[in-house]
Design a protein around this ligand. Sequence first.
Ligand code: GDP
Length: 460
Amino acid sequence: MIASESDTIAAISTPLGEGGIGIIRISGNEAISVVSKIFRSPRGINLNNVKTHTIHYGFIVDPFTEEKVDEVLVTVMRAPNTYTREDVVEINCHGGYITLKRILDIVLEHDVRLAEPGEFTKRAFLNGRIDLSQAESVIDIIRAKTDQAQKIALEHLSGRLSDKINQLRQFLMRICAHIEAYIDFPEEDIDGLTEEAIKESIKHIIDEIKSLVEGYEKGKIYREGLTTAIVGKPNVGKSSLLNALLMQERAIVTEIPGTTRDIIEEYVNINGMPLKIVDTAGIRQAHDIVEAEGIKRTMKAVEQAELILLILDSSRPIDCLDEEIISKIIKKRVIVVINKKDIKSKEFKLPDSLKDKPALEISALMSEGINELKELIFKTTMTGRYTQEGLLITKLRHKVALEDTLNALNNALESFKRKEPLEITAMFLREGLSFLGQIVGVVTTEEILDLIFSEFCIGK
Ligand code: GDP
């Protein structure tokens, strides 16, 4: 069957594994009639005739043999007030893989095809329920690692970013309209809009977009976490610090499938900012591995990291191994963690090369200074400008579109100042408008859409 946007689609929408319930979601014109063919209600209910947004108890059967497959609750939701704006049926069955798979197979025998990754959300976009930036935030809600990250994603889903972008687009459209009216009817006054006012308006939009772009670094950190490496020679207290950081929060451990157990990520929640600590397996195995291997691993973690927590042992003087590590990380964003302050030696002296890096004395073993360290991490990484509303963009795609808009608007402003023909200014403004439109999806290509929705998993 060639995939089409008018097909009825189905997928298992809950994670595969054992659970109390599992959900199969079906969306499209045939959703209700197909499920009605395989659903048997003890009260003889025919799903084709039920009211919208109602739930019905019964059994899913194999329609050829009438064999019962599972006891279920079926939710019937008719267009347009549904996730996809199409008819949607959700079958709540028992949450085991075999049950879910059998029901899905039976559904797929009836002119229904398996949904592609993200296809339910893509339909919500194509059918106009949400715009593109809202659709993208669905995946961020699902993947959020901290409350704060989830909150930002939910704000985007509720349309806060879209509202802001649309407000900027309208503002820009008004300027365009004025200029274009003046091009067409130069003898008329452009609604009292002076040259100065036009310049100021363009500058105002440029400024707003700049602050959105500047918020990206922070937004990205909330969304993806800040990749952090805990670095130091053996025995300085790396794994003690990791444990102290993790102790306050139940850690989320992600083992990346298909790799060795080297790459294990753990997340620490720092005021809602997820700190993604890399090579935690390496840190914990440090005692079993030879020094050269240790350095190699450290360097790999350092390369990936956006933040380095450099641990020094203050119970003894700095030695050449410390110096070697310092020389390798000095160019990166570093916080110096001076550990073992409970047994600090008089001979310990912070090397001059680290004098202008933020530093803090702690005792990982006694869990002293851990909150202060979290505070310092937050302050060091979350500085900079927010928009007035505190709105954060979190996606590279949005940042690129905003930067392209900025470019176009700067060109417009320059050409206006140089008193070039107004058509040129208008052309640049239109270009800016089109880049802004890419964020909410008024201007998109099939290719961009495929790229965005392929990030989703099946069933979303
Ligand atoms: P790593 O090799 O860098 O991971 O170091 P560990 O975390 O395994 O710590 C090495 C040793 O230092 C262990 O015996 C820890 O108990 C001890 N240690 C770690 N932090 C402190 C601290 O703050 N004070 C004291 N007194 N000992 C510590």
